[in-house]
Design a protein around this ligand. Structure first.
Ligand SMILES: C[S@@+](CC[C@H](N)C(=O)[O-])C[C@H]1O[C@@H](n2cnc3c(N)ncnc32)[C@H](O)[C@@H]1O
Length: 397
C-alpha cells in the first residue's frame, strides 16, 4: 500500500493559549472523566430530567454495536427479493417461507428484525408489507446494487485492525483497478492494460447508483447558459444522457479511460444518444483534456485519487476551459469544521480507504484545491440531499 494523504483535520482547534482555551481544555477533561463514570450513569437514569439523554446515547451506542447485524438484515432482504415481492402485495410468513424456501421460525426472525429497522411493517391478517425504509428499495435498483456491492467492504473489514494495516489486501481494491496511484497501462489494448470486464462491472454499478447524484446536480445547477458540457470521468454516460434529455440544445462530450468509453459507446447507442455525445478516450492524469467545453463536470472522481493526482486533474480541467468557463465538482464530502458530524462520513472514509489512494475531503479542502489550480470564485451550492453529493462550482477567471 503506497503512502496515503493525511487530512488536515483538527488544525482549526487552537492549542490552549489564553485563559479561555486552558479553562475549556480542563473542563473537557473533567467532562470526559465524569461521563465515563458508572456512577453518573446510575444517577442519570434515576433522574427523570436526565434519563432521556442517557437513554438516547445508550440507544445510539447500541446501534453502533449492532450495525453489522442491521446491514446483514438489509442484505438478506435484498438477496431474497423481499422488497420487490412485497411491493406487489403484503404477504404472510407462510407464503414468504414457501417462496424463499426458508424455514418459518428463522424467516420470522428476519422479518421481525426488518420490521424493527423500519424496512418492513406489520399489516392486517398477519401479513408483512413494505416499511418506510423498505419502500424506496422496491423500485430503486441502484440502491439494491450498492447494498450488494457493500458486501465486498464487509468482507474486507472482517479483521478490522488488520484492515488498517493492509487496506488494499481485500476485494474492494481489486474491484477498482485504477484507484491505486498512477497505473502503468490504462489502455485496454495495451499489454497488461485494464481488462474490459472489471471496467464494465464498476461502470454499471456507477451508472445504476448515479440517479440520486445527478438529480442533486441538475436541481441545483442550471445548465441553460452553457453551450458545451464535458463530463470528465463520466463512466458509461449516465449523467450526460440525463443532461441530453433535459437540455436538447447542449453539446455533450464524455472523457474517460478507453475501455470505459467502449462500454459507454454501447450504452449510448442503446439509448439512441450516440450522435449527441462526443467520446474522448484518455487518462486525465497523463493526457491533456480536449478544449471546447464551457462547462466541465467532475462527478465522484476527485475522492478516488490522492491530493497530488487531484491537483493534476484540476489543473488539466482548468487548462481545457476557456476564460469564464465553469467546473462543477460533485461528490460526497466530509463535514467541515463547525458542521455537525455525520455517521455517513464513517462509511465513506472506510470505503475510500479500501478502494485506493483517494479520501473523503471537506468542501473547504476541495475548494482550496480548486483555488490552487487557478479557479477564481468557488461556491458551495446548497443542495437538498448532501448525503448523495455536495456541489462546488468554480469559474476560470
Ligand atoms: C467512481 S467513478 C464515477 C463515474 C461517474 N462520474 C459517476 O459519478 O457515476 C470514477 C470514474 O473515473 C474514471 N477514471 C479513473 N481514472 C481515470 C483516468 N486516469 N482518466 C480518465 N478517467 C478515469 C473511471 O473510469 C470512472 O468512470
Amino acid at each position: 500500500m503506497q503512502s496515503l494523504d493525511v487530512a488536515p483535520v483538527g488544525a482549526h482547534v487552537p492549542a490552549p493559549a489564553g485563559w479561555w482555551e486552558t479553562w475549556r481544555e480542563r473542563l473537557q477533561r473533567r467532562l470526559d472523566a465524569w461521563f465515563s463514570d458508572p456512577a453518573l450513569y446510575r444517577w442519570a437514569i434515576a433522574n427523570p430530567l436526565t434519563r432521556w439523554v442517557t437513554r438516547r446515547r445508550t440507544e445510539k451506542l447500541f446501534g453502533l454495536m449492532a450495525g453489522f447485524v442491521h446491514s446483514q438484515v438489509l442484505l438478506s432482504c435484498v438477496r431474497m427479493g423481499l422488497f420487490v415481492r412485497l411491493k406487489e402485495e403484503p404477504q404472510t410468513l407462510e407464503a414468504l417461507a414457501q417462496q424463499t424456501k426458508i424455514e418459518q421460525p428463522a424467516l420470522q426472525r428476519l422479518l421481525l428484525s426488518a420490521v424493527a429497522l423500519g424496512l418492513l411493517e406489520h399489516r392486517s391478517m398477519s401479513r408483512f408489507g413494505l416499511g418506510p425504509l423498505g419502500a424506496p428499495l422496491a423500485r430503486q435498483d441502484g440502491i439494491a446494487a450498492m447494498i450488494e456491492h457493500n458486501n465486498l467492504l464487509y468482507q474486507d473489514l472482517l479483521q478490522p485492525v488488520e484492515f488498517l494495516r493492509d487496506a488494499w489486501g481485500g476485494s474492494m481494491a481489486g474491484y477498482w483497478p485504477y484507484a491505486h496511484g498512477k497505473m502503468p497501462a490504462l489502455d485496454a489494448a495495451a499489454p497488461g492494460g485494464v481488462a474490459l470486464e472489471p471496467v464494465a462491472r464498476y461502470s454499471e454499478l456507477m451508472a445504476s447508483s448515479q440517479n440520486f447524484v445527478l438529480q442533486e446536480i441538475l436541481n441545483s445547477y442550471p445548465l441553460a447558459g452553457h453551450r458545451r458540457l464535458m463530463d470528465v470521468g463520466g463512466g458509461k454516460g449516465r449523467f450526460v444522457s440525463a443532461v441530453a434529455r433535459q437540455y436538447p440544445g447542449l453539446e455533450l462530450a464524455l472523457f474517460d479511460l478507453p475501455p470505459v468509453l467502449e462500454v459507454a459507446r454501447s450504452a449510448l447507442q442503446v439509448a439512441g444518444l450516440h450522435s449527441r455525445v462526443h467520446l474522448h478516450p484518455g487518462s486525465f492524469l497523463t493526457d491533456m483534456l480536449p478544449s471546447g467545453a464551457d462547462v466541465i463536470t467532475l462527478i465522484r472522481v476527485a475522492h478516488d485519487h490522492c491530493d497530488a493526482s487531484v491537483r493534476d486533474i484540476l489543473r488539466n480541467i482548468f487548462q481545457a476551459l476557456p476564460s469564464g468557463g465553469t467546473l462543477v465538482l460533485a461528490e460526497p464530502m466530509a463535514q467541515a469544521a463547525g458542521e455537525r458530524p455525520q455517521p455517513s462520513d464513517a462509511y465513506f472514509h472506510y470505503y475510500l480507504l479500501a478502494m485506493g489512494a483517494g479520501r473523503l475531503r471537506t468542501h473547504a479542502e476541495l475548494a482550496g484545491l480548486m483555488h490552487d489550480s487557478g479557479f477564481g470564485s468557488v461556491t458551495l451550492l446548497d443542495n437538498a440531499m448532501p448525503i448523495h453529493a455536495r456541489i462546488l462550482v468554480g469559474t476560470k477567471p
